[in-house]
Design a protein around this ligand. Sequence first.
Ligand code: HEM
Length: 224
Amino acid sequence: METTTTPARTARRPQAAAATTGPRWQRWAKVAVFVAAWYPLARIVFFGVTDRLGANPIEFITRSTGLWTLVFLCITLAVTPLRRLTGWNALLRFRRMLGLYAFFYAALHFTTYIWFDKWFDVAAMLKDVGKRPFITVGFAAFVLLVPLAATSTKAMVRKLGRRWQSLHRLIYAIGVLAILHFWWMKAGKHDLVLPKIYGAIMLALLGWRLAVWLMARIKARQAS
Ligand code: HEM
């Protein structure tokens, strides 16, 4: 259990103070992020009980959960560049939770589609995929998210070692597939404003990683 550290006690034990102040605010920040991440679901529930989901509630829920999956994917991918640019290593402590929320909203998005939209009717789903192939791309992104969520525990990180990092590079493919899914869907509606904005964000996040990787290779070549 956490103990309170008074000024008199910390003056005598400076290392103890340094060790406790950091983790304590980080714990509170983690709780704040954990609670804030429920906002999208709370909003849907609130709109549901106050009868404000619109004429097509299933469409509202599918779109809302889809968009929030993308938002959490972008935030998760932004953690590493932000940490590098600011030197704020504590940001890494939030990455796993944010990634798991991306998976959570993707699972809600997928469940809304196969359950409440299609009632597990495989024939209806296949017919829909034939008409709207962007669904297959979203499905591919979701399938790739599953092993990432399943291996997100500390025990799995330890068990997989270097293979964990290789496996988690799937997040780049997921980012590309998510944008393709969104872009393709909206292209059919001639409404590409949001896909262009999210596409630019994803391009910046993935482009930054590519630039870092290329620079590391160039440096390694020069050193050898
Ligand atoms: C990482 C996975 C996924 C992401 C990031 C994602 C993201 C999105 C986004 C951003 C939208 C548009 C929301 C809007 O209109 O504002 C959307 C729509 C849609 N997604 Fe996904 N999606 C994913 C996976 C899936 C899966 C697995 C399925 C079903 C198998 C699916 C089916 C749909 C459908 C049917 C729509 C269109 C809803 C409509 O026309 O009203 N998505 N998705």
